[in-house]
Design a protein around this ligand. Structure first.
Ligand code: ATP
Ligand code: MG
Length: 599
């Protein structure tokens, strides 16, 4: 929280500029803003008119020599109409602004989401998901508050204050001047309390979000907590968080109550002050009693707009912080962009060439060094090497989630950087061990929400990879809803669904990253069969820890710390008695270990 505040000061100017740069989001609603302004004028006028009407009634109709019933009725009627118009104007203005605010939120959110979608993978390495979620969900709300509440309050409360002061001077300059002493007093006290309230509010919010974060992490890690008997410990940590939240919450409430009481006290004092100053004038018949009444009402009315204006100071502060964050996000240009004249996709066979490729996630720390190899169309190539050797990184380069630091990667004799990213990724299908399923039906997840893919194509794809059989046994077959993270499917079933996705896509090149690890042998058999169908007739790159998977590969590339150390067929490499042979022998031991400890 303190980091947020100091950050706000540092980039106050930047934030203000970012805020102004977001103005175009509000431009389409210029008409609505003008209507709101008119309504605000009407509302303020009726508000200020009310005490004045009462004054007329008192001075003219009631305290004269005889009761002027007709005049009193007239005033009462006008009063009622003024109140009604004021209420209606206020209502309409709130509804319109709400619409405008929500529309702005929607647009900023869409823009942010689209912008995030265009970012390269390196962006997601350095930007925490939680922060992005905050940017898109709550920062946008703060911004919309600025466009609506801030402007509204400045217009409405500024106008109201001006009108009240004007009416007071109209009624009696001397008492009006006395009353002016109050304005800086109310402002000062409000600002003082507002900043205390804001700090207290933010502390409570931070502590509440700590509770939420703790809960989220703990609920998803419940299995680990129970396995290691950590329930008591976690309860204690949770209690700690709750205590600190309670403390912050009570403090916030205290400040808020103090503020209200002080304002009330001040209000009463102000009335007493006006009665004291004005009472004398009434006695000396300088002013009429109705005028005194009007003064008392105006002094009371003073408080609302001043209070509201000081509140906008906080809105402005949080908007600046939010706009700064959003502005920064919108200013990040994607690290990977398409060339201006991309290569069109021609018929191809799926030939892959790595031409002295070097790569680093962080400049100076090479993860891949001078990789040179060629993969023939339609062949099956295995990549093996210890963990961290760079196998997955190779695949990320081929699909251009990152760009090479040196050398070239060619797909069908064209540098992958010359294709549109979209086209390139359509040519390459990737199966990962960790299958991500979206909430939706089985069909949605296979066609990935592309409406041009028909249900027949989906079923055909499922049949091809051998997923049809289990899908039909699900409660609603292809229309079965998939639970969060695919909880109602087994690992193997999720894998088969991901194969069906690829079959629909029908790519030239297939990449399997450790696709067959950690499955029981029966499921693995299905999965192997599905893979076999997928792999036939296309270039296939397989990363496998269990080297039995790549036994039949046309070529095996052995990596060690980002370098190719051996290349050849299984038999050739075993005879060579080098790193591959070592890995192969170790892999046999590891897989039996993995089976016996599988949970
Ligand atoms: N997004 C990333 N940012 C920074 N460094 C990374 C990133 N991804 C991988 N690395 C580093 O690059 C190296 C190669 O990682 P890579 O994932 O390619 O290995 P791998 O061969 O696929 O390993 P495994 O068999 O465990 O999957 C490792 O040292 C790893 O720490
Ligand atoms: Mg890997």
């Amino acid at each position: 929280m303190s980091g947020e505040t100091s950050g706000a000061n540092r980039s106050q100017q930047d934030g203000m500029n970012s805020l102004l740069r977001l103005l175009p989001f509000a431009r389409p609603y210029l008409m609505q803003f003008i209507v709101v302004l008119i309504l605000v004028v009407i509302f303020s006028a009726t508000t200020v008119l009310q005490p004045y009407l009462v004054k007329i009634a008192i001075d003219r109709d009631i305290s004269g020599s005889h009761l002027n019933l007709h005049g009193l009725l007239m005033i009462t009627a006008i009063y009622v109409v003024a109140v009604l118009i004021g209420v209606l104007a206020n209502y309409a203005q709130i509804v319109i602004l709400q619409y405008v605010g929500q529309s702005i939120i929607r647009k900023v959110r869409m823009e942010l989401f689209a912008h995030i979608e265009r970012q390269a993978m390196s962006f997601f390495d350095t930007n925490a998901i939680g922060r992005l979620v905050t940017n898109v969900s709550s920062d946008t709300e703060t911004i919309s508050q600025f466009f609506t509440q801030f402007f509204l309050s400045m217009a409405r409360d500024g106008l109201l204050l001006f009108m009240i002061i004007f009416m007071m001077f109209e009624l009696n300059v001397r008492i009006a001047l006395y009353s002016m002493v109050l304005i800086p007093l109310i402002f000062g006290i409000s600002i003082l309390f507002r900043s205390r309230l804001r700090t207290a509010y933010q502390t409570t919010r931070t502590r509440l979000s700590n509770i939420v974060a703790f809960l989220a992490e703990n609920l998803s890690g419940m299995r680990i907590t129970q396995i290691f008997h950590q329930e008591r410990r976690q309860e204690m940590r949770f209690d700690e968080l709750n205590r600190s939240h309670r403390k912050a919450n009570i403090h916030e409430y205290q400040v808020s109550v103090q503020f209200n009481r002080v304002l009330e006290l001040l209000g009463n004092a102000a009335v007493a002050f006006v009665v004291w100053v004005g009472g004398g004038e009434v006695l000396h018949k300088v002013i009429l009693f109705g005028t005194l009444y009007a003064f008392i009402s105006y002094v009371r009315q003073f408080f609302t707009p001043i209070n509201s204006i000081t509140q906008q100071w906080n809105t402005l502060q949080s908007s600046i912080v939010a706009a700064d964050r959003i502005g920064r996000l919108l200013a990040t240009t994607p690290a990977i962009v398409d060339v201006t004249t991309p290569e069109e996709i021609k018929d191809g066979v799926g030939k892959i060439t790595f031409d002295h490729v070097t790569f680093a996630y962080k400049v100076g720390e090479n993860v891949l060094n001078d990789l040179a190899f060629e993969i023939q169309p339609g062949s099956l190539v295995g990549f093996v090497g210890a963990t961290g050797a760079g196998k997955s990184s190779i695949m990320s380069l081929l699909t251009r989630f990152y760009d090479v630091a040196g050398g070239h990667i060619l797909l069908d004799n064209v540098d992958v950087r010359q294709y549109r990213q979209q086209d390139l990724r359509r040519l390459i299908g990737i199966v990962q061990q960790d299958v991500h399923l979206f909430s939706g039906t089985v069909v949605d997840n296979i066609r990935l929400f592309r409406s041009q893919v028909t249900e027949e194509q989906v079923i055909q794809a499922a049949i091809t990879v051998g997923a049809d059989e289990f899908i039909r046994k699900l409660p609603n077959g292809y229309q079965t809803k998939i639970l969060a993270k695919g909880a109602n499917l087994s690992m193997g079933q999720r894998q088969l669904l991901s194969f069906a996705r690829i079959a629909v896509q029908n790519p030239r090149v297939l990449i399997l990253d450790e696709a067959t690890a950690s499955l029981d042998s029966q499921t693995e058999l299905w999965v192997q069969r599905g893979l076999h169908t997928l792999a036939s007739n296309r270039t296939t790159l397989v990363i496998a820890h269990r080297l039995s998977t790549v036994r039949d590969a046309d070529q095996i590339i052995v990596l060690d710390r980002g370098r190719i150390v051996e290349m050849g067929t299984h038999d050739g490499l075993v005879l060579k008695n080098g790193l591959y042979r070592k890995l192969y022998e170790k892999s046999g031991v590891e897989s039996s270990y993995a089976l016996s400890t599988n949970m």
